[in-house]
Design a protein around this ligand. Structure first.
Ligand code: ADP
Length: 350
């Protein structure tokens, strides 16, 4: 549906993204995930037609829409936008806000009856049929966000671009709205490219995720690929908090306080890191202790535990574990730590 081929872009003399390749297949939700400033919004702006590429080509449904010397105007692309700052017009009713979105080239020949049907359909999809005459200020943040989605969906776009669409909502509402949105988008088989800096949100919404850093794509794949097979510490850390042990490779082995691991891709003496997710650290009190509980905190769904582990060189390694529900551990308890190898990763450093 949407394809970026070797796209680079700069704001004036300052490069923003480099040689980006990405594909959004029909009916697929693809997320761009990464810290602030890594180039996510720039990619959306290029797809929308608000920026032009320096090099490369962008195709929509097989047709060239942008390259260094071709730009299909934004309004002719058939792309819906739900941007963070893409606010509703405050002086227009919900209905009129959506009418406005139907004034594009593709829909200008519609009769007023056809326009009315499209608006009612769009409002039905977002479960706001009875709010057609309401003014934006009479709606909650979540309802306004759903109107923005209805407005984007009404012209039946080939693709929708969502830029941090839930960032203005509080956490409870955010979970509900993104659930609603996902159902609507999947029901309509809409292709979506969205931007987020929240890994859980990306995993919740997406068929494919592209993790970005400093204008490059670090790794892309299905949520499970990124969570279970991160290619570097940056990607691992983006999908949850981690503990880290840094050391050096001996021969073809990385010796760590949690055991020795073979590491074929590194040379003798090369630095390496063991990255363990908080939930990948297992705390037992029925085998030989190798660590001490420093502090425990019940955080509702899980308990957060601070631990201290003595290393052979006399230093202390401070670790965090996250275990489900309540537990009986107390500060000072001697415990045995082990790692769940599916939640721990070894990376040679360069
Ligand atoms: P993200 O969406 O990941 O936060 P952006 O795509 O907004 O990142 O920005 C990528 C880079 O381009 C950043 O370094 C940012 O400072 C820069 N940038 C973004 N918009 C502009 C602009 N209008 N003018 C100049 N630089 C910009």
């Amino acid at each position: 549906m949407l394809e970026f081929r070797n796209i680079s872009h700069a704001y004036g003399q300052t490069p923003s993204i480099y040689d980006i390749n990405l594909t959004v297949n029909n009916g697929e939700v693809v997320s761009l995930l990464g810290p602030s400033g890594c180039g996510k919004s720039t990619i959306l702006r290029l797809a929308a037609g608000l920026e032009a590429p320096l090099a490369g080509e962008i195709y929509l449904d097989g047709k060239l829409i942008a390259s260094a010397d071709h730009m299909t105007p934004a309004e002719d692309r058939g792309i819906g936008l739900v941007f963070q700052d893409y606010a509703l017009f405050p002086h227009m009713s919900v209905y009129d806000n959506i009418v406005y979105s139907l004034k594009g080239n593709k829909t200008q020949n519609l009769s007023s009856g056809e326009i009315d049907t499209k608006i009612r359909d769009a409002l039905n999809h977002v479960d706001l049929a009875e709010y057609a005459e309401a003014m934006p200020h009479e709606l909650s943040g979540g309802q306004q966000q759903r109107v923005a989605l209805a407005r984007a969906l009404a012209p039946e776009p080939k693709l929708i671009l969502l830029d941090e669409p839930y960032s203005g909502l509080d956490s409870r509402l955010r979970e509900r709205i993104r659930d609603d949105m996902l159902h609507i988008l999947k029901e309509l088989n809409t292709s979506v490219l969205m931007v987020t800096h929240d890994s859980e949100e990306a995993m919740f919404m997406s068929d494919q995720i592209m993790v970005m850093r400093r204008g490059y794509i670090e790794q892309s794949g299905r949520p499970i690929d990124l969570y279970c097979r991160p290619q570097n510490p940056f990607v691992a850390e983006f999908f949850g908090e981690v503990n880290r042990y840094d050391g050096k490779v001996t021969g073809q082995t990385f010796k760590t306080p949690f055991g020795d691991f073979p590491i074929e891709s590194a040379n003798d003496g090369q630095p390496a890191s063991l990255v363990i997710r908080h939930e990948g650290l297992m705390v037992h009190n029925d085998s030989t202790p190798n660590a001490e509980i420093v502090e425990t905190r019940l955080l509702g769904r899980y308990t957060f535990i601070h631990l201290s582990m003595g290393l052979d060189n006399g230093e202390e390694l401070h670790l965090h574990a996250r275990i489900p529900g309540l537990n009986m551990f107390a500060p000072g308890d001697q415990v045995a730590l082990a790692i769940d190898e599916s939640q721990a990763f070894i990376f040679p450093s360069h």
